[in-house]
Design a binder for this molecule. Structure first.
Ligand code: SF4
Length: 312
C-alpha cells in the first residue's frame, strides 16, 4: 500500500530510471502538479512537448493534450494516466459535423482551439490557445473570412477584441467556464470591494463584462504576480489557485462560485481524474499509451506547427 510520500518517491525514481518527463496542466490536482517536471497551460505544454529530449512523456492532463504531444513527438512514447480524461469542449465539436460546417462555408481560413481532437486539428489551418488566439486571428489578413471553433465564448471575445466581423463561430463550450454565477461573483465583490476579478475568455460575456483582467490561465497567473492588489476573485478552473497561493502566499485568491454551489462545477471533473496513484501506475506499466494514426497525425501537425511558428 502506498501513501502519498511513497508514491511521490516512486514516481521520481521511475522518471529517472526511464528517462521520462511529466508535463502537467495547471488544472490537475495539487499533488500531481508537485511531481511535474513542467507545469503550464496548453500553449506552454505544447511547446515543451516538442522540446523535450525524454524518451517518455507522461501527460498529466486530458486526452487532447496527450494527443497534441504525440502529434508533435511521434517518436516518443506518450502516456496519459486515464483515457477517460476527456474534455466537454472537445466533445462539443465532432470531426464529421465540423467538416460539414467547413464545406458549407468554402473559402474560410479555419482556426481551431487546441482543445480539440486530432480529427478537428486535421481540418484546421491554424491551431490556437487562449494565450495566443488574438495573435493567431490577426495573422490572417483582415479581408479573409475565418471559421473559429469550437469555443463560442472565446470566439466572441476575440471577435470583440479584434473588431473582426467576417468570422463564423462554432457553437461549443466548456462546462466549467460556462457555469460561473454572475450574481455570486458580484456578491463576493461586495464583501471584498478591493478584490480584482480575473476571468478566462471561455467564460460567458456577462462574466467577462465585470472582469478587471481577461486572459488565459498563464495570463491570469502572471497578471496577479505583477498587479499590486492583495485579493482576487478567479473565474477559471480552480486548479490554478494552487499555483497562485504557492507563488503569492501573502495574497488572497477566491475561486469564483458556480451557479450550483453543490456541484463543484469550477473543478474540471476530467482533470481531477488524474490522481497521483494513476500517475505512478502509468509510469510503472507504461499504459495507457496515446496512439495517433500516421496520416491523421501529419495533417494535424501542420496546423499546430503554424501556431508554434507564430508563438516564437
Ligand atoms: S476545463 Fe473545460 S476546456 Fe478545460 S479540459 Fe476541462 S472541460 Fe475541457
Amino acid at each position: 500500500m502506498h501513501n502519498t510520500s511513497n508514491l511521490r518517491e516512486e514516481i521520481l525514481r521511475l522518471k529517472r530510471e526511464k528517462n521520462a518527463v511529466i508535463l502537467a496542466h495547471y488544472y490537475t490536482l495539487p499533488e500531481v502538479q508537485q511531481v511535474a517536471d513542467f507545469l503550464g497551460d496548453s500553449l506552454a505544454l505544447s511547446i515543451e512537448a516538442q522540446r523535450t529530449e525524454a524518451d517518455i512523456i507522461l501527460f498529466a492532463g486530458v486526452h487532447f493534450m496527450g494527443e497534441t504531444a504525440k502529434i508533435l513527438s511521434p517518436g516518443k512514447k506518450v502516456l496519459i494516466p486515464d483515457l477517460n480524461a476527456g474534455c466537454s469542449l472537445a466533445d462539443s465539436c465532432k470531426p464529421a459535423d465540423f467538416k460539414k460546417f467547413i464545406d458549407e462555408h468554402p473559402g474560410h481560413t479555419v482556426i481551431s482551439y487546441v482543445n480539440t481532437s486530432a480529427g478537428i486539428k486535421a481540418l484546421t489551418d491554424i491551431v490556437c490557445t487562449s494565450s495566443n488566439a488574438v495573435r493567431v486571428l490577426e495573422s490572417v489578413p483582415r479581408e479573409q473570412p475565418v471559421i473559429f471553433g469550437p469555443d463560442r465564448n472565446l470566439g466572441h471575445y476575440i471577435r470583440q477584441v479584434t473588431g473582426r466581423d467576417n468570422m463564423l463561430i462554432w457553437d461549443g463550450a466548456c462546462h466549467v467556464h460556462e457555469e460561473f454565477s454572475l450574481e455570486k461573483i458580484l456578491e463576493l465583490k461586495e464583501s471584498h470591494p478591493g478584490a480584482k476579478i480575473l476571468v478566462h475568455p471561455e467564460c460567458k460575456k456577462p462574466i467577462r463584462l465585470v472582469a478587471d483582467y481577461i486572459g488565459s490561465t498563464a495570463g491570469i497567473l502572471n497578471f496577479s504576480r505583477t498587479d499590486p492588489s492583495d485579493t482576487y476573485i478567479v473565474a477559471t478552473e480552480s486548479g490554478i489557485l494552487h499555483q497562485m497561493r504557492l507563488a503569492m502566499p501573502q495574497k488572497t485568491f477566491i475561486a469564483a462560485p458556480p451557479l450550483d454551489s453543490t456541484c463543484g462545477c469550477n473543478d474540471c471533473a476530467f482533470m481531477k481524474l488524474i490522481s497521483l496513484k494513476k500517475v505512478y501506475l502509468t509510469l510503472k506499466y507504461e499504459v495507457p499509451e496515446i496512439e495517433v494514426e500516421e496520416e491523421l497525425r501529419k495533417k494535424a501537425e501542420r496546423s499546430i506547427r503554424r501556431m508554434l511558428e507564430l508563438s516564437k
